[in-house]
Design a protein around this ligand. Structure first.
Ligand SMILES: [Zn+2]
Ligand SMILES: [Zn+2]
Length: 196
């Protein structure tokens, strides 16, 4: 008698959540890069409203930590991690703005299109360039969700980058060290969820 084939392990799925008017194309680009680079399937969820409490009325920007807290409270138990896409200006205290935000090994990352839609001199990049920037920020923040720290290698997506022109010079790739760390993190998750 042959043993029955084992059911496939559940694969960890990443939720991509567009907020309000955030571009559907950009959400698709994030989902495609999460599956292509991180080997994690991604679902794009229907758009949701930005919680009003996240607006800082003095700065007229949105508080990234408040947003992350609000998304963590959403019913997303079926998802391994969530990446929120917004088109509003995000900040964390001590910084004028951020392109994205995620806690180390957290469940929720933010990516904002707001600052990616202009060059440092104020001119407009092409639509393709903006989407490439979105992909880079999303992969960087997803790296943090998989427990990666910032990387010293300037040609790696996990290198900290606070300016869009420098972001354009960074190749759309992780260094060898970070690729290994990503694989290990994913395997660790799959083993922990393999069941008896
Ligand atoms: Zn970072
Ligand atoms: Zn690296």
């Amino acid at each position: 008698m042959k043993a029955l084939p084992r059911p496939p392990r559940p694969r960890p799925v990443v939720a991509v959540i567009p907020f309000e008017e955030a571009s559907t194309t950009a959400a698709k680009v994030i989902a495609a890069h999460v599956s292509g680079y991180l080997d994690l399937p991604a679902d794009i969820l229907p758009p949701v409203d930005i919680p009003f409490a996240a607006l800082d009325e003095t700065r007229l920007q949105y508080n990234a930590a408040t947003l992350i807290g609000a998304i963590e409270a959403m019913p997303l138990a079926d998802y391994f991690r969530a990446i929120a896409l917004l088109d509003v200006d995000l900040f964390i205290p001590l910084f004028t703005h951020v392109f994205g935000e995620a806690r180390q090994n957290g469940r929720v990352a933010l990516v904002s299109l707001f600052r990616l839609q202009a060059h440092m001199d104020g001119s407009s990049p092409s639509a393709d360039r903006i989407l490439e920037r979105v992909a880079k920020i999303a992969l960087h923040e997803a790296g943090h969700l998989l427990n990666l720290l910032h990387c010293d290698d300037e040609r790696c997506l996990m290198h900290f980058c606070g300016d869009v022109d420098r972001l354009d010079q960074t190749p759309l790739n992780f260094c060898r060290h970070c690729r290994t760390a990503l694989r290990r993190a994913r395997r660790g998750y799959e083993t922990a969820n393999a069941g008896p």
